[in-house]
Write a protein of this length. Structure first.
Length: 493
């Protein structure tokens, strides 16, 4: 599944201190390769032609964009019809994070808080305390969704250019504030690993090209030692580490496809969903029949899915009866889907209600939730800080927290029946799909030779059973034998 949403960012997040060697020649080959793009980003490529200014200017950021997109996809992907809701959720959270009072964050003294606030104002274009959901959403659209509405394209070059524009190309200021710039990339929806590993070098590379392209070309073509290759082909360990990260997260480049390679017919969305369902059902059947799955262990699992516990007799009957096993395996697949849909629709309802509140009320709800989390994990320092921030906010803006929370909760509760109705509707549609998939699967199974069927009929001849034993592992045969013996027993009343 594609459609990666913007990456999440926490209220407070550790950010590495700026590297003083960011603009030093230590990463010069990396800077050149980032600008050139393409196959030069392959860490094994040590045979790059002499670099020209034109090649640096006309380089392609495609692999960097693929890397950034794949990093987001690795953190999360959602279905097309759920992407907008996920984006809205991230918008609301990132807006709250951007508006936070930096001086109240642990590890920020007044000097650091002032430096970060100045940097964020430059990057955001205004005081972040007045940031709105619409403005944060515009950042997501700008860097991810303008070219591809499903978010499968990232524009890393545009972000790097925007940073240079905000600092007017001042490399000293960029280096000094690299920690805040990397963190701001998270606000814009980029992942932490891409931001910390690549962006600081990507921004540096563009700054070097803009400020003194001739000197950059000379450094890249220069040999550090006479009997060594040019600097562009003489990467050090730190540079190789970054290149490996980029190359390992790229998409499949066109030149990797052989001309005579036969491309398989791509799966339709329905075929892919059917495949996932059948795999999940098979995994559920294995769980049901596993010798380590006791009735207690099974009940613990199904209770989490909102299903009623089974008695010992019901559990045995279900395991012995093929139809009952199939129904249960099906329910074990549907259960998590139901919970997932409920969570998604509930979160969307929360996002819809939070948007109706003022910025200060939104912040109060966020801080109140944060206090609940800090209390749960017994984070005394964080709890005290969150309470102080909330108390200050309520007093400054004359907010009645109890009334605000009650009204917010009441509005959410009123949507409960509508959410349940929509979940039931979607689950019914899903079950109809399952009926169609299972009917097709049954047709395919009937057409297969008898020896390929996993569970041969009980009335198979002794000769067939002997042959089957040769093909199956012992534990499967023993399990089937136990089940067969139980079937032949008369059920007790």
């Amino acid at each position: 599944m594609e459609n990666p949403p913007p990456a999440p960012v926490r209220i407070t997040e550790t950010v590495k201190s700026p590297e003083k060697i960011q603009f030093s020649p230590h990463f010069r080959a990396l800077h050149g390769r980032i600008l050139l793009g393409g196959n030069t980003l392959n860490p094994d490529n040590k045979n790059i032609s002499p670099v020209t200014k034109e090649a640096l200017i006309n380089g392609s950021p495609q692999i960097l964009n693929e890397c950034a997109t794949n990093c987001r996809g690795r953190e999360a992907t959602v279905a097309k019809d759920q992407l907008e809701g996920e984006i809205s959720s991230r918008v609301a959270k990132n807006t709250l994070v951007l508006k936070q009072d930096l001086s109240k964050i642990k590890g920020f003294d007044l000097e650091k808080a002032a430096r970060w606030q100045s940097t964020l104002t430059k990057l955001f274009g205004k005081d972040t305390a007045t940031a709105t959901d619409a403005e944060v959403r515009a950042l997501f659209d700008k860097y991810f969704y303008s070219k591809d509405k499903l978010g499968n394209a990232s524009d890393t070059d545009l972000f790097a250019e925007d940073v240079l524009k905000a600092f007017e190309g001042n490399t000293e200021a960029i280096e000094k504030n690299a920690d805040c710039i990397v963190w701001y990339a998270r606000i814009c929806g980029f992942t932490q690993d891409y931001s910390e590993t690549v962006f600081r070098h990507q921004i540096t590379a563009k700054a070097l090209l803009n400020n003194n392209p001739d000197q950059l070309v000379e450094e890249l073509n220069q040999k550090q030692v006479e009997d060594k290759p040019a600097r562009i082909n003489d990467t050090n360990e730190d540079e190789d580490q970054v290149l490996q990260f980029i190359w390992g997260n790229k998409g499949r480049a066109p030149d990797e496809v052989k001309p005579d390679e036969t491309k398989p017919t791509p799966e339709t969305e329905d075929e892919a969903n059917k495949k996932k369902y059948l795999q999940s059902k098979e995994a559920s059947l294995q769980f049901i029949m596993d010798s380590t799955t006791t009735v207690d262990k099974f009940n613990q699992h199904i209770e989490k899915l909102g299903m009623e516990k089974l008695t010992e007799d019901q559990f045995k009957l279900m395991r012995e009866n093929e139809n009952e096993r199939g129904k249960m395996a099906r329910n074990l697949v549907i259960g998590p889907q139901k919970i997932y849909l409920t969570n998604i629709l509930t979160r969307k309802a929360e996002d819809d209600e939070i948007k109706k509140l003022s910025a200060e009320e939104q912040q109060a709800i966020g801080l109140n939730n944060l206090i609940g989390m800090k209390t749960a994990v017994k984070d005394e320092n964080g709890l005290k800080e969150a309470r102080e921030n909330l108390e200050k906010l309520l007093k400054e803006h004359n907010i009645n927290l109890e009334e605000l929370v009650d009204n917010y909760s009441e509005a959410l509760n009123s949507k409960g029946p509508l959410i349940k109705e929509e979940v039931d509707r979607q689950i019914q549609a899903f079950e109809k799909k399952i009926d169609a998939w299972e009917a097709k699967q049954a047709e395919v199974t009937e057409q297969k030779p008898a020896e390929t069927i996993i569970n041969p009929p009980a009335e198979a001849s002794k000769k067939d059973e002997v042959e089957e034993k040769k093909k199956k592992p012992n534990w499967i045969e023993k399990l089937k034998e136990r089940i067969s013996n139980r079937r032949n027993k008369k059920p007790t009343k």
